[in-house]
Design a protein around this ligand. Sequence first.
Ligand SMILES: NC(=O)c1ccc[n+]([C@@H]2O[C@H](COP(=O)([O-])OP(=O)(O)OC[C@H]3O[C@@H](n4cnc5c(N)ncnc54)[C@H](OP(=O)(O)O)[C@@H]3O)[C@@H](O)[C@H]2O)c1
Length: 274
Amino acid sequence: MFNQKKIAVIGAGHMGRALIGGMLRGKLTSPKNIVATRRDEEALAALRRQFGVHAVNDNAKAVAGADVVILAVKPQASKAVLGEIAAAARTEQLFISVMAGVTTATINALLKVSCPVVRAMPNTPCLVDAGATAICAGRHAGGAQLELAGAIFRSVGVCVVLPEQAMDAVTGLSGSGPVYLYMVIEAMIDGGVKMGLPRAVAATLAAQTVFGAAKLVIETGKHPAILKDEVTTPGGTAINAIHTLEARGLRSVLIDAVVTATQRSQELAKLYGD
Ligand SMILES: NC(=O)c1ccc[n+]([C@@H]2O[C@H](COP(=O)([O-])OP(=O)(O)OC[C@H]3O[C@@H](n4cnc5c(N)ncnc54)[C@H](OP(=O)(O)O)[C@@H]3O)[C@@H](O)[C@H]2O)c1
C-alpha cells in the first residue's frame, strides 16, 4: 500500500514506536522507508536496533525526505515542533497526527501549508495490537489519505472514521477508556482478595475476565445486554451482583466518566491553538 513511500515518525516514543512496529509487522512498508526522530541519542540507537529503521534527531531533515509524516510528540511540544518542520512541509505530503487535542486546522496553520492532514485518536492498547483508533480528515484531506492513515492504525487494532468534531468524545470514550477498565480490574482483584483468593490468581482471573467478556462482545456481535441476560440465572449469583451494581450506580458513573473526560478534552483543545 505504501509502496516505496518514505515515512517520517516525528517523536518516536510509546505511540510512535507502536505504529512503527505495527506497520513493519503488517508489512505495510519496510524499515529502509522509515525515519524516526526524537532527541535522546541512546533512544535513537535503540530504535535502530529494535526496528532497523533510520533514526535521527533532526526533525526538519526527516520531514524534508518524507512522503508521509506521522506527528507523535506530546501536544505540549506541538507548536515548537510544527514551527521547526514548517519550512520542510510540502502540499503533496500527508501529515498524520496522534497529538491529542491539536486540530487539523491548527496543524495546517502552524505548518503554513495547505497539505492534507489526518488526525487520529488512538489508545494505549495499540502497544499490544489491540488499539481502538478514530481518525478524521482535515480540510485538505480526502478518502485516499484516510485510507492510508486507516491502514496504519488497523495494523495496531481497529480504526473508525469520524468527523473532527467527534474527536473529543472519542478521547472521553476509547482514548481515556483503558484507565476506567484498569480501575475495574483493580477493584475486581481486591474483591477476589477480600474473598480469600491469592492476589496473583485474582489478577489473572480478573484481567482475563474483562478480556474474555470484550472478546465475546466483539466476536458474537451480540448486544452486551443480551450476553448479560444469557448468563443471569434466575435466583443466581449474577442477578444479585447486578442489583448491587445498579444500586451503586455503576452505569451512571461510567457515563459520567466519559462525559467529564470529553469536557476536559474540549478544554485542553483550546490550550493547543483553537
Ligand atoms: N500513549 C497513548 O495511549 C496515546 C493515546 C492517544 C494519543 N496519544 C498521543 O500520542 C502522542 C505521543 O504520546 P506518547 O505516549 O507516545 O508520548 P511519549 O512516549 O512521551 O513520546 C513522545 C516522544 O516525543 C519525543 N520528543 C519530544 N520532543 C521532541 C522534539 N522536539 N523532537 C523530536 N522528538 C521529540 C520524545 O523523545 P525525546 O525526549 O527523546 O525527544 C518522546 O519519545 C501525544 O501527542 C499523545 O497525545 C497517545
